[in-house]
Design a protein around this ligand. Structure first.
Ligand SMILES: Cc1cc2nc3c(=O)[nH]c(=O)nc-3n(C[C@H](O)[C@H](O)[C@H](O)COP(=O)(O)OP(=O)(O)OC[C@H]3O[C@@H](n4cnc5c(N)ncnc54)[C@H](O)[C@@H]3O)c2cc1C
Length: 415
């Protein structure tokens, strides 16, 4: 019977980042991935910051740097900005996952693809024994001092260990088009309640003349594909061109909000499984990888001290909170405000950005991993924006205000 320091379920960026850190410290780690190939199927638009490349220790997966963005309102008014230097990177997401898995394997982690975590067999005094199922249906058991659920938004580890799962999951739908006319240096963000209530549509150049076009929406039961078709109509109205001949289609879910509890006795969740996703954009690669590093530090300490008890592992959510908690709270608050804006207000928002001469502010403070920094600066710089938004927001954003974010006024919540 195999005896592991850690069993990592899921070979996405969070799982393999965690595995790498443990393996390089000399710990015995097994990563299981239910799909036959790491990184496939791709379920991501692949837009990341320099921080992700730094965490990965490589830029080999970059297909194109981007320097700017265009935010398009429902009525087609647009706010554009472009920086001198790259502000984000379009990556080959499968290549990122493969790179991270290979790095973990080189450090000594074992990787088993086509192998699914299938539940807890029993708890032992110094380990948890779990069942794994191979692609051929054969089952196996391993015992691990700690089990890491890096198994994405529908985490079966969370279910098996009775940890909480994300309450809000935005359905997302994305299509890759080999030919998509547009500025290859710029990503486009489409706002509109008809096609993207609750988030936005995106157009991301793929570096080869095509684009990844997608939408995530607060869908109230409507399939995300329906919202996607509406986004295509919107794009056609704007450009006069109908995107056609897709080469890849993906549908998945984006967890939003933070979990009240994502560690337990000999178990922790990381990445999408723990809803460690930026609430204003749905991006989760940076936050999941960084959380995995924080979790690995805590697990190494707990293993060194003997027991990865719930109490010892609780240092991990504390570390995440200290580093990203403030940003997440602000972003969740802004998202609640954003979700209540009508199309008319979204258009007014885009107009206020354009008319307020705010490009310099966006270029100076824009950061896809910490979007509330630029939001704060914009609200300070533009009375037009503050007028559009609830009073509580204006007060909260003014200099010297600290946490917690205020509750929304009842009139705003009723909208
Ligand atoms: C349409 C879309 C576009 C996105 N675009 C971006 C973007 O541009 N930038 C960004 O930063 N983020 C983006 N995201 C979010 C990003 O993809 C996720 O946050 C990220 O993949 C989370 O990484 P993870 O390692 O936590 O989980 P995942 O990447 O989901 O990996 C989990 C792995 O666990 C495996 N698994 C699941 N259950 C089991 C089991 N029982 N046994 C074994 N293996 C299992 C799965 O097969 C999977 O490989 C996007 C998401 C969507 C849906």
């Amino acid at each position: 019977m195999e005896r592991l320091d850690a069993l990592v379920v899921g070979a996405g960026p969070a799982g393999t980042t965690f595995a790498y850190r443990l393996a390089e410290a000399g710990r015995r780690v097994l990563v299981v991935e239910e799909h036959p190939r790491v990184g496939r199927p791709v379920q991501c638009a692949g837009l990341v910051s320099q921080r992700v490349l730094d965490l990965a220790g490589s830029s080999s997966m970059v297909v194109r740097p981007v320097r700017g963005a265009t935010v398009v309102g429902p009525g087609h008014g647009a706010f554009e900005f472009k920086a001198e230097e790259p502000r984000a990177f379009v990556i080959d997401r499968a290549a990122l996952d493969v790179h991270l898995a290979e790095r973990a394997a080189r450090a000594g982690a074992e990787l088993r693809t086509g192998t699914r975590f299938d539940g807890i067999v029993r708890r032992e005094p110094d380990a948890v024994r779990v069942r794994l199922t191979g692609a051929d249906g054969a089952t196996d058991e391993v015992a691990a001092s700690v089990v890491v659920g890096a198994d994405g938004v529908a985490s079966s580890v969370a279910r098996a260990f009775r940890l909480r799962r994300p309450v809000e999951i935005l359905p997302a739908f994305e299509v890759e088009y080999p030919q998509a006319p547009g500025d290859p240096d710029t990503v486009e963000v489409y706002l509109g309640r008809a096609f993207a209530p609750g988030l936005f549509g995106w157009w991301i150049p793929d570096g080869h003349g095509g684009a990844r076009v997608g939408v995530a929406a607060d869908a109230d039961g409507t399939p995300a594909r329906v919202y996607f078709e509406r986004l295509l109509d919107q794009l056609e109205r704007r450009t006069g061109h109908r995107l056609a001949n897709p080469t890849a289609i993906l549908a998945s879910g984006i967890p939003i909000g933070t979990l009240p509890r994502y560690v337990g006795e000999r178990v922790l969740l990381v990445g999408d499984a723990a809803a460690q996703v930026k609430p204003l954009s749905g991006g989760g690669i940076f936050t999941g990888m960084r959380a995995a590093e924080l979790a690995a530090t805590v697990v190494l300490r707990a293993l060194g001290g003997g027991e990865p008890s719930e109490r010892a592992l609780a240092d991990y959510p504390r570390a995440f909170e200290a580093e990203l908690g403030e940003e997440f709270r602000r972003a969740l608050y802004l998202r609640r405000v954003f979700c209540r804006l009508s199309d008319r207000e979204l258009d007014a928002l885009v107009d206020a950005l354009r008319e307020g001469n705010l490009k310099g502010t966006v270029v100076a403070f824009g950061d896809i991993d910490f979007p509330t920094h630029v939001a704060r600066q914009l609200l300070r710089a533009s009375p037009g924006l503050v007028r559009l938004l609830p009073k509580a927001l204006g007060a909260w954003m003014s200099p010297g205000t600290s946490y917690p974010a205020p509750e929304l006024e009842p009139s705003v919540l009723r909208k």
